[in-house]
Design a protein around this ligand. Structure first.
Ligand code: ATP
Ligand code: MG
Length: 169
């Protein structure tokens, strides 16, 4: 990984631009609530890969006229440690409870019939999970069938970002 400070608002600005046409095709509104001056340490290309995957899922598995949202917050963990929480939420079809434990597995897809038309391979979320772990983060999902899904990442937060990037992994 090539670590460097990544400005989250800028990162999502460029990701939203790339995803906009796919969302517009389905009249899906994309919104974001991201603090102005927030950086995390990470590999920009890999972070892009994470959020492109999550957002393309959110758009794919949401019906016409739905909404996709990115929320970023700094949260307290154990009193003094802080983390950055990034949630990608949609108003989509949701994921059945019985499938939730398996969706991060390679090639796992919920109900092949319903998702065949979207032509995915079932690799996206396993890659997202792997890349999140490389960034020392955690990934979880909350979902209700017919209401929507939220994919929640928590990543280490660096208050004072370094001037120079450094290499890791
Ligand atoms: P691809 O490899 O192209 O990403 P995929 O989207 O099918 O294919 P994953 O991204 O790994 O594969 O997702 C696995 C499965 O989890 C999907 O097939 C879908 O059934 C379900 N899923 C993922 N994201 C969502 C979501 N936001 N809403 C509802 N179901 C979802
Ligand atoms: Mg996918």
């Amino acid at each position: 990984l090539e670590y460097a400070p990544v400005h989250l608002k800028e990162l999502f600005g460029s990701i939203f631009e790339m995803m906009q046409p796919a969302a517009a095709k389905k009249s899906i509104v994309m919104v974001q609530d991201i603090p102005e001056h927030l950086f995390i340490e990470g590999d920009e290309d890999r972070l892009k890969q994470i959020f492109m995957n999550l957002l393309s899922n959110a758009i794919n598995y949401t019906l016409e006229g739905g909404r996709v949202k990115v929320d970023v917050d700094v949260i307290d963990v154990d009193g003094d440690e802080e983390k950055v929480r990034i949630a990608v939420s949609d108003t989509g079809i949701g994921i059945p409870k019985k499938d939730l434990p398996r969706i991060f597995e390679r090639f796992y897809r919920v109900d092949k019939a319903r998702s065949r038309s979207s032509g995915g391979t079932g690799l996206g979320l396993s890659i997202v999970k792997h890349l999140t772990e490389l960034h020392h983060g955690t990934l979880r999902v909350e979902s209700k069938v017919g209401e929507g899904s939220s994919f929640i990442l928590e990543l280490p937060f660096m208050q004072q970002h370094e001037e120079e990037g450094y290499e890791a992994e």
